[in-house]
Design a protein around this ligand. Structure first.
Ligand SMILES: [Zn+2]
Length: 277
């Protein structure tokens, strides 16, 4: 499943062809949405933003197109007039003068007015987007310490989209390694300084992955590994997928475990347990 950085990079590509453009033609495959086509035709797209695994496309008549790709949905971009060779069902088409943004297979599609947007059950359930530029480390620190989250293990918290949207399985391992914290720890067991460090790692590693299209290793290390012949998968991560290989911090072997039903990688030497502190 794509995580926040991959989702935001895909949204950026859609934004590049739609934002500030007027949609000339709109198509909805689902009959319940068909009447919105005429309401949206001629409107300008103001913003394209991911919210967790959903995408919001807002128009200047205050309507917002909400889509959630679930497992199968996929956006394709092409020049206006081109067709995409696929067996998938076309659900939504937004055509500007020069481009088309085509959504295939997704079934969770809605057109929302401001009140429906504010009341949307999925959007209300998820936490702030980890790649929202407005989010700062103090917000994350505060969130870690709220009663809802403070007694949960970091391993479970860092997969909960209600805590922070966009953090997924590889980011969980990479953030906890960067912060030097065991996945078994709970926020309630951490000092104020450690909470701050974890909050900063959360944003730093997520933003790094977005800026580098998925590489969480520090740039110098990634470049050195690449020079030494490592391929993308081998230089990409600090710990994720590196079980049995030496830790970049201490040379101990990286360990793979399953926590909250997903694989997690960590260094038991660099990532301290509650009773080590
Ligand atoms: Zn280590």
């Amino acid at each position: 499943m794509p995580e926040g950085p991959e989702i935001k990079l895909a949204a950026d590509q859609i934004a590049a062809v739609l934002e500030q453009q007027r949609v000339r033609e709109v198509f909805f495959e689902q009959p319940r949405l068909a009447h919105y086509a005429t309401e949206l035709e001629g409107q300008k797209v103001l913003d394209v933003s991911p919210r967790g695994k959903a995408l919001l496309i807002s128009f200047d008549n205050n309507l917002t197109l909400y889509s959630h790709n679930q497992l199968y949905g996929v956006w394709h971009l092409c020049d206006y007039g081109q067709t995409i060779d696929t067996k998938r069902t076309l659900r939504v088409a937004l055509h500007t003068e020069h481009h088309s943004a085509l959504l295939f297979s997704a079934s969770s599609i809605e057109v929302l007015d401001p009140a429906a947007l504010a009341d949307h059950p999925f959007l209300n359930r998820i936490g702030p987007d980890v790649l929202d530029p407005q989010l700062n480390w103090r917000d994350v620190a505060q969130r870690l310490l709220t009663p809802t989250f403070r007694r949960r293990s970091l391993a479970s918290l860092y997969l909960d989209q209600g805590f922070l949207a966009g953090v997924g399985n590889y980011l969980r391992s990479e953030i906890l390694f960067d912060a030097g914290m065991s996945p078994m720890l709970k926020p309630a067991q951490l000092s104020a300084g450690a909470i701050g460090a974890l909050a900063r790692s959360t944003l730093n590693i997520s933003r790094r992955a977005y800026a580098t299209a998925g590489v969480t290793n520090p740039a110098r290390r990634a470049r050195r590994l690449e020079r030494e012949g490592a391929d993308y998968e081998a230089y990409r991560f600090m710990v994720f997928g590196r079980d049995g290989l030496p830790c970049y911090g201490c040379s101990s072997n990286i360990v793979k475990i399953v926590m909250a039903s997903r694989r997690l990688y960590y260094c038991s030497n660099c990532q301290v347990e509650p009773n080590d502190q």
